[in-house]
Design a protein. Structure first.
Length: 88
């Protein structure tokens, strides 16, 4: 059985906060693993992105758009390398 993820396995955003409900696969079905800002039509939007770049992007969004306190941003950024996309 396919694993159910609560968070996007690329950026860590909770999938239930995704306006589109998740990214999309090549056949148009909803991705259960990645959000719509990371993953569309079966591909990553930024396939060459490094973990560091993703961490910076997430930190900027949390800081400027969501106004997350620093400690919560730190926690959110720290978990990114553990997500499926980045795990080696
Ligand atoms: Zn994402």
């Amino acid at each position: 059985m396919e694993k159910i993820y609560k968070q996007c396995q690329s950026c860590g955003m909770p999938l239930n906060k995704d306006k589109k409900g998740g990214g999309s696969e090549k056949d148009g079905t909803l991705s259960k693993k990645y959000c719509s800002s990371c993953y569309q039509n079966g591909e990553f939007k930024n396939p060459n992105m490094s973990i560091k770049e993703m961490q910076k992007l997430v930190d900027d969004i949390l800081k400027n758009e969501i106004k997350f306190p620093k400690i919560l941003r730190w926690l959110a950024v720290k978990q990114i390398p553990k997500l499926a996309r980045w795990k080696k």
